[in-house]
Design a protein around this ligand. Structure first.
Ligand SMILES: [Fe+2]
Length: 407
């Protein structure tokens, strides 16, 4: 894969250990019964995440590069390959929750033994090549993506339980942030022209962030902060979910079919009208009016923007606004922000070589780009050029929006 022309970092093994450990830590508050549950096709059981991220290192690094390495268990290749068709048959995504074996303990042992093999390999001559270092780097960024998915999937798993158990009773989930100084509202005025977006050449980037290329932008305005819950409540009270003129055709069909009346995880309270509660990692809590709205689909973000007399920013506008300020866009990193951009290859896009070619490129159809990051994104994982992507009806990620306007 093409990353910065770095030398093989002596810290790589240390980062490997620390990032793998961080994944384990996310699962610590779980009970063993939580590990195998799959409430929806798109949610993976925590046990599967633990095994799949391990399979990734085993399959992309140990098998091809460590002479004499044999798979820990040949069945795991079928069970824990997610979607790499070039690597052979794999279990169906919607069946991941039906496998009671391997047990959590066996998966932990798998992780442990692959970690030992990989760390020993990184200390050898063959393990210190750029090819291996690039794949370890990819595997670590993959692991961090799964750390966020673990959290969003755990939230879904606990929420579908009528007991609404808390992930951690002391979890804050940043839902109770008080508005920061940079959330004073208002708009950033951006001048149009030929601008460049994409990987700047510094540090790691996925193939979908490359190559850097020119885009033509008109003058635009972009909101200084993501849309807060009190604005979303106003949209709801103004009949936002009942007015077809605000919605795209697909969005309106989806709202009717799913019966959406509020963001995912919101429930009407027992008190006065507008008294909503939401499921958080700490259990049910009052909706904080000042926190950014979360768990909305692209369809809802788009309808809200229309209701507000605005629109969603394109990803090029978003990245340009972010780059215009050394500190980036205010409020960035609180929620993933839906953009108006379909997830498509940049001009000149080339997928990674080999098995990793399936990592990003084959999803460039029927997905929308999100920018920013969320409270569940591991520290240092996201960057201004990072292109997250989900289907327009996805709501279980920490997704919100920021408005844009023509001048
Ligand atoms: Fe994966």
């Amino acid at each position: 894969m093409e990353t910065a022309s770095h030398t093989v970092s002596p810290e790589l093994a240390e980062r490997y250990r620390s990032i793998r450990h961080a994944t384990e830590e996310i699962t610590l508050p779980l009970q063993v019964e939580d590990y195998g549950v799959q409430p929806f096709e798109w949610v993976s059981p925590p046990k599967w995440h633990l095994a799949h991220t391990t399979w990734f290192f085993e399959t992309l690094i140990l098998l091809p590069y460590l002479r004499g390495y044999r798979r820990y268990d040949p069945h795991y290749h079928f069970l824990f390959n997610s979607y790499y068709e070039g690597l052979g048959a794999h279990a169906r995504q919607d069946r991941r929750g039906t496998y009671s074996r391997p047990t959590v303990e066996e998966v932990r042992r798998y992780r442990h033994l692959v970690d030992i093999a990989l760390e020993e390999f990184l200390a050898t001559e063959d393990g210190r090549t750029h090819a291996v270092a690039d794949l370890v780097e990819l595997g670590l960024h993959h692991e961090q993506q799964h750390q966020e998915l673990l959290l969003t999937d755990i939230k879904s798993i606990l929420h579908q339980n009528p007991c609404r158990p808390a992930y951690r009773i002391d979890a804050v989930e940043k839902a109770d942030w008080s508005p920061a100084a940079d959330d004073a509202g208002g708009w950033l005025e951006m001048e149009g022209g030929v601008r460049e977006i994409g990987w700047t050449g510094e540090g790691f980037a996925f193939d979908n962030e490359k190559p850097r290329h020119a885009v033509l932008l008109r003058d635009f305005r972009i909101a200084r902060s993501p849309v807060p819950n009190y604005r979303w409540l106003a949209f709801m009270e103004d009949g936002g979910y009942e007015r077809p003129e605000l919605w795209t055709s697909d969005g309106w069909e989806c709202v009717k079919r799913e019966g959406w009346r509020a963001p995912l995880y919101w429930e009407p309270g027992q008190g006065r009208r507008g008294d909503w509660r939401e499921f958080t990692f700490g259990g049910m809590a009052a909706v904080d009016p000042d926190a950014p709205v979360r768990h909305i689909s692209w369809y809802e973000a788009d309808a809200f923007a229309r209701w507000a007399g605005a629109r969603l920013p394109t990803e090029a506008e978003w990245e340009t606004a972010c780059a215009a300020d050394a500190a980036g866009l205010p409020g960035r990193g609180r929620v993933w922000e839906w953009t108006a951009s379909a997830y498509l290859p940049y001009p000149g896009y080339r997928p990674l070589p080999g098995a990793a070619s399936e990592y990003n490129g084959k999803f460039m159809c029927n997905r929308m780009v999100l920018r920013g990051g969320s409270s569940a994104t591991p520290e240092g994982h996201a960057r201004p050029g990072y292109r997250n992507f989900f289907a327009a009806d996805a709501r279980w990620q920490f997704t919100g929006l920021r408005l844009a306007r023509d001048p």
